[in-house]
Design a protein. Structure first.
Ligand code: S3P
Length: 180
């Protein structure tokens, strides 16, 4: 039991940084729920992310993901994986309140592209002939915004388990937690 600690943990970072895999592992270890905002947006719209981008447009997707995030940030004992672009809008991480602990999962552009290409789901922003160059540019722009997170963890050459344990150590969490 912990007397005080985060009510929820919000993982931010670039595509392929491991937000979903680490988030699921972290939630399982804490006995919390895990939600990926991309999954909620897809479920609510009945469309895949790439279909939302192509039919509704990226700007509409950004509104939808932010609405989902605002609802999730009211909930407790929850690990949330944000989409890689959510924290990349100015101000997103500056006013979240005391209950939300933010963790930036760091990854290089090269590793992000390698991981993304090894996964099956389509990421509209990586569907370019020169994906690495596009990722480098986007990552450079987003890095100062991701850096507003309270904690950061390097994921570059670490397993999901290693990163999860590191997050728990940093946050002073040891296992299933209850707040009552
Ligand atoms: C995006 C990241 C994706 C998804 C969408 C846009 C981005 O989520 O929200 O394709 O702008 O970086 P993941 O970071 O989970 O891949």
């Amino acid at each position: 039991m912990i007397a005080s600690g985060p009510l929820r943990i919000l993982l931010v970072g670039f595509m392929g940084s491991g937000k979903s895999t680490v988030g699921a592992e972290l939630a399982a270890r804490l006995g919390w729920r895990f939600v990926d905002t991309d999954d909620v947006v897809e479920r609510e719209q009945g469309l895949l992310i790439e279909q939302i981008f192509s039919t509704l447009g990226e700007a509409r997707f950004r509104v939808l993901e932010h609405e989902v995030m605002q609802a999730l940030l009211q909930q407790e004992q929850l690990v949330v994986a944000s989409g890689g672009g959510w924290a990349a809008s100015p101000g997103r991480l500056s006013d979240l309140g005391a209950g939300t602990t933010t963790v930036w999962l760091r990854v290089s552009a090269e590793e992000a592209v390698r991981r993304a290409q090894a996964q099956s789901h389509d990421r509209p922003l990586l569907r370019r002939t020169d994906a690495l160059r596009a990722v480098r540019e986007l990552l450079l722009l987003r890095t100062p915004l991701y850096a507003k997170s309270q904690y950061e963890v390097d994921t570059e050459s670490f397993s999901v388990e290693d990163v999860t344990i590191r997050v728990m150590e940093l946050l002073g969490l040891t296992g299933p937690t209850t707040r009552d």
